[in-house]
Design a protein around this ligand. Structure first.
Ligand code: GLY
Length: 393
């Protein structure tokens, strides 16, 4: 009997040596969502009412937000909605509702262009998954507020308020906020929101990108005539470098705009960015914090950029007409998902301040949030897996 078991095990081991026994992506997803389901309940339990998770401090203690103005406050509710989408767990749904409603007064708070991120990931997912019309007014008023930041002379939404350095700063990240406008445009039959989003995307295409399709982080405009005043960075290594998350926002932003509008030039821009990124990514698919950081490989990775790219690559693989590019995008997304689901990046239940992913970077030059968990890394990682799962059905 024992001999039989021993030889069966030996046969399986030998077979695995010949035929690779790689965990299927669907199993990877199951494993990740099981961790997320447990971590996010523990995360909620460690928060005081009204507190929103943000990251961990250098000494490992939690850092939370108490102001809803912070640009990341939609990602924890959004992640809860994704876990609910995957698991159907009613306890997670109740947490998602609770944390979404912490943002009820968002349009009255001090807002900025990131109201798009905040409201789309929370209320946007809430409405998408429940169909509850009570969520609609939040989406409608947030989109109206975001649209007010658009200046037709410049042709872009203003990201940050004017400061000594920049009169009309626009960051590549702003592409992400256009999804709220596109969603609201369809939900409320408001064509002007779609026009604003498309104009912003095209002005950004013209002014943010270099010839090799890497993007600057910040472009500041002269508001009187819409001309470019200066191109710089805020979170990258230097003005001309390719800050990893900025490249990820660009890839995701144009892919999302291609999906929402069906416009060929927006899809072509996403394809160009993908073609630039695919050969430049490290072997395991997770970028260093800036593609031009001088100390690669002796510097930190940014899991958040890897997760955002993975989600965008999955989507782009479904939009691009070129089968070779579609395959390359899908394979890269798969690689990124596998790496992020490995022990180096994925937390064990009870660790990592109850966030999901380790090793993200907020702003390296400001020595802020370096090599820590971040809520948006978790959000886009879960989204990437959900999107990948839909591919194989
Ligand atoms: N939107 C800010 C960032 O990507 O850090």
């Amino acid at each position: 009997m024992f001999k039989k078991i021993f030889y069966s095990l030996l046969a399986v081991t030998l077979l695995c040596g010949v035929v690779s026994c790689q965990e299927s992506v669907s199993h990877v997803g199951k494993r990740v969502f099981k961790v997320a389901q447990q971590q996010f309940k523990l995360l909620d339990a460690r928060l005081e009412p009204g507190e929103m998770p943000r990251t961990l401090n250098a000494d490992g203690t939690p850092r939370n937000n108490t102001s809803i103005s912070y640009w990341c406050t939609g990602f924890y509710p959004g992640s809860l909605w994704y876990v609910y989408e995957y698991t159907g767990d009613p306890e997670i749904k109740a947490l998602a509702e609770k944390h979404t409603h912490y943002l009820d007064t968002i349009v009255r708070a001090r807002t900025h262009h990131d109201i798009g991120f905040q409201v789309n990931s929370s209320f946007g997912n809430a409405y998408r998954l429940t169909g509850d019309k009570a969520y609609l007014p939040y989406i409608e008023s947030a989109a109206a507020k975001l649209a007010k930041r658009f200046n037709p002379v410049v042709g872009v939404i203003k990201s940050w308020e004017s400061n000594k350095k920049w009169a009309y700063p626009v960051i590549i990240d702003n592409m992400m906020n256009l999804e709220l406008l596109e969603r609201a445009s369809k939900l409320f039959s408001c064509d002007s929101l779609d026009q604003i989003a498309k104009t912003h995307a095209r002005t950004t295409m013209k002014n943010h990108f270099r010839d090799d399709y890497t993007t600057f982080h910040v472009v500041s405009y002269n508001p009187e005539d819409g001309s470019v005043a200066i191109r710089q960075t805020h979170q990258g290594y230097f003005d001309d470098s390719a800050w990893a998350r900025g490249q990820a926002w660009g890839l995701y932003g144009y892919t999302m705009m291609a999906r929402e509008t069906g416009e060929a030039d927006l899809l072509a821009q996403a394809e160009h960015i993908a073609d630039m990124l695919l050969p430049r990514l490290p072997e395991d698919g997770v970028p260093y914090w800036d593609f031009d950081a001088p100390d690669i490989p002796n510097t930190v990775r940014d899991a958040s950029a890897g997760a955002i790219m993975a989600s965008a690559f999955v989507e782009l693989s479904t939009l691009t007409a070129d089968p070779a590019r579609a395959k390359a995008c899908r394979q890269m997304a798969e690689k990124q998902i596998r790496t992020l689901a490995g022990p180096e990046y994925l937390a064990k239940v009870g660790e990592n301040g109850n966030f999901l992913l380790k090793h993200s970077v907020g702003s390296f030059p400001h020595k802020s949030e370096v090599d820590v968990p971040l809520t948006y890394a978790d959000y886009y990682f879960l989204e990437a897996i959900l999107r990948y799962n839909k591919l194989s059905k």
